[in-house]
Each structure stands twice: as structure tokens, then as C-alpha cells.
Design a protein around this ligand. Structure first.
Ligand SMILES: CSC[C@@H](O)[C@@H](O)C(=O)COP(=O)(O)O
Length: 362
């Protein structure tokens, strides 16, 4: 996607040296566009854990390059195993991280050490190209939903939660890909952007992305969605996901489940966009089985923003001395999901629906 006319991906190899890795520091958005250079796997682990990079597909892609950086230092089998294990522990909920690391391990494990570095860069690049193309197809497969919802309307209102846009993936995004395509096709799209407390991925990242692309949008407090649905102001909900189970349960940013409940109560379609790398067929019951990341309490008690004179500051908004809990994801049961949008088409959020599109995962 483009920033001020220049096309970017969310992760790339620095062309001047051919090996170091470039990412946007998402903790600095929307205030400043800072590009970081990662040169060793410890920096990659830090970038994922601190959410300088975030979003399920992107953390998988960056971790893949983390393996390549580690092998530059030591291409032994022992080091390959160590880096795969270490990066796999950086965040627990998004399955894309483990998917990418296991794909890297599978490609590299049986190669001689002196062939591993080039192969690791090639495999990480293939993961990135695959993700960009996959997300583009998700856009194509979600577009008809927006076309149908916009019939006879001068505005089609889509609500989204968190950030499942191009900076959460390598390119295009998942939930936002159909929205970009609809906007580019001239459909009258308007997006309700949940602010997405506690880290504000909606207010900071989704709003930034949509704004750069010229997509009309309005930021709302997380609790406003139900009210808007009751008053007919939401035509459909599209969200991304960090893990979809065999029976179609969906893990996504905390608060997604409440949006699905409100959507069901108001007859609003609730769609979930995902690439194949987000499917975890080894898990059936998402509520019981998906590990939910618990993040620092300070993300709840404190807020970071830009002051009127341009300084980035963090302030405490909670009462002094109160404890805070911060589960970062929740699971929406399949029964609340209207359907899944994938690179292979749309399907029901069910085992039969998923196996219809992905028979090889039976
Ligand atoms: C295409 S990204 C889908 C999900 O990863 C996204 O909705 C989300 O929940 C991201 O959470 P984050 O904690 O910001 O990594």
C-alpha cells in the first residue's frame, strides 16, 4: 500500500546491504513514521514482544526473517532450534507466528549448514509474497459483501475492531483489504473504527491507514458499536483474527466477542477475514483451548499520546493503587460468526465450511 504516494510493505530487506530487516515502529504511529533496522534475532524478539510489529500475519513474517538473522550468526542445527523456540515464545495467541516458524524449520532443518542462510532469506521472502497475495485475494473475496450491502445506499457503514489492515500483514490487510478494494471501486464506504483499548490499535493504526488511503472513517469508543447497531448505522462488521479453530471459533483482539454479541442481537452480519496461516485445525474449542495473552497492567492504567506541543507522553488515567487486568484477546464462538472470508473464497464458520475450502487440512 502507499504512504504519500510511495508503495511500501510492512517488512522488507534493506536493499543497500541485502540482509538487515526493515520494519515500521508501530509504537510510534500515528505520531511519526519511524523505520527501524533489525540486525539480530534479539531485536526481532523485542520488536514482536513490545509490539513494534504486531498483527498476526506480520509477526509471523518478521519472525521468519528473525530466523534468517540468527542463522547469519550461527547456521548450526542447534541455533536453528534455539531461535525457533525463542521467537515462538514472544506472543502466544496468534498462530501465524508458530506457523511461520515451523515452515522455516521444515525448510531449513535438513539442509547443510552452509546452505541455510540463503534458503532462510528465500523462505522468509516467500512467506511475505504469499501473505501479500493471500491478503489481496481476501480483498477480492470480501468485496462482493460490501457491494451487496451498498445496493441502493449512499453510504455503506462497516464497523471494524483493532487493526487488521496492511500494517498488520505484509500488504493489503485482512479485514481492511475488501474495504480498500471497495473504496477504490468507488463504493460509498464509511468505516466505524473501534478505538480498541487498551492499546488503541483502532484509533492509532486503523484510522492512520484509512486516512492515508482516503477512506472515510470515524473513530468511536469501544462501547459505542452496540448503540450504532441498534440505530441501523452499521451494515456489516468485518474483523481480522489471530487464530481460527477447526469448528470456526475466532480469537481476536479483546472486545471482538462483545461486538459479535451486539451484531447478533441486531441482525448485523459479522464477518471474519483470515489467511490460511491463521487456521489452527489442531484446536477445536477456541474458548477452552486457545491461550490468551495477558499483557502488562500499565497498558490499561496508562495512556500514551501526543501533547499539544508535540511531545509523546504517557499518563496514568486509573486511580492510584488500583490493580488492572489485561487479557489481550477473546474468543468469539463460531455460532456468532456469519462467515469467514479467506483467500480461497467465503465459507461458514464451521468444520464443514473450512474443509470445503481447505480439503487438504482434513
Ligand atoms: C490481520 S491482523 C488480525 C489480528 O491480528 C488483529 O485483529 C489483532 O487482534 C492484532 O492484535 P495485536 O495485539 O495488535 O497484535
Amino acid at each position: 500500500m502507499k504512504i504519500d504516494g510511495t508503495p511500501y510493505r510492512s517488512v522488507w530487506v534493506e536493499p543497500s546491504d541485502g540482509w538487515s530487516i526493515r520494519i515500521f515502529d508501530q509504537t510510534q504511529l500515528p505520531w511519526s513514521l519511524e523505520i527501524l533496522r533489525l540486525t539480530e534475532p534479539g531485536q526481532v524478539a523485542h520488536a514482536i514482544r513490545s509490539m513494534q510489529v504486531r498483527g498476526a500475519p506480520l509477526i509471523g513474517a518478521v519472525a521468519a526473517y528473525g530466523v534468517a538473522l540468527a542463522l547469519r550468526q550461527d547456521a548450526s542445527t542447534g541455533n536453528l532450534e534455539r531461535v525457533v523456540a525463542a521467537l515462538g515464545e514472544t506472543r502466544p495467541t496468534a498462530i501465524n507466528l508458530r506457523w511461520a516458524l515451523s515452515r522455516m524449520r521444515g525448510t531449513l532443518h535438513n539442509l547443510p549448514a552452509d546452505a541455510r542462510i540463503a534458503a532462510a532469506y528465500a523462505e522468509a521472502a516467500a512467506i511475505c509474497d504469499d501473505d501479500a497475495e493471500t491478503c489481496r485475494r481476501i480483498g477480492e473475496n470480501g468485496l462482493p459483501l460490501i457491494e451487496a450491502a451498498s445496493q441502493g445506499k449512499d453510504r455503506v457503514n462497516i464497523l471494524t475492531h483493532c487493526n487488521a489492515g496492511w500494517i498488520a500483514t505484509v500488504d493489503w490487510g485482512t479485514a481492511l483489504a475488501p474495504i480498500y478494494m471497495a473504496h477504490d471501486a468507488g463504493l460509498p464506504v464509511h468505516v466505524w473504527v473501534d478505538e480498541t483499548r487498551p492499546r488503541n490499535q483502532g484509533a492509532a493504526l486503523t484510522a492512520w491507514e484509512l486516512g492515508r488511503h482516503g477512506v472515510p472513517h470515524t473513530i468511536i469508543a469501544d462501547n459505542a458499536g452496540g448503540h450504532l447497531m441498534q440505530h441501523g448505522q452499521v451494515d456489516l462488521v468485518i474483523v481480522g483474527t489471530d487464530r481460527v479453530t477447526r469448528q470456526g471459533d475466532v480469537a481476536n483482539k479483546i472486545g471482538t466477542y462483545l461486538k459479535a454479541l451486539a451484531a447478533r442481537d441486531n441482525g448485523v452480519p459479522f464477518w471474519v477475514a483470515l489467511p490460511h496461516s491463521t487456521l489452527d485445525m489442531s484446536v477445536t474449542d477456541g474458548v477452552a483451548e486457545i491461550p490468551i495473552e495477558e499483557r502488562p497492567a500499565a497498558e490499561v492504567t496508562d495512556l500514551t499520546g501526543r501533547t499539544a506541543d508535540g511531545r509523546i507522553e504517557t499518563i496514568r488515567v486509573a486511580a492510584a493503587g488500583s490493580a488492572a487486568a489485561n487479557p489481550a484477546f477473546d474468543v468469539t464462538p463460531a455460532r456468532l460468526v456469519t462467515g469467514l472470508i479467506t483467500e480461497r473464497g467465503r465459507c461458514a464458520a464451521s468444520e464443514a465450511g473450512l474443509l470445503g475450502l481447505y480439503p487438504e487440512k482434513a
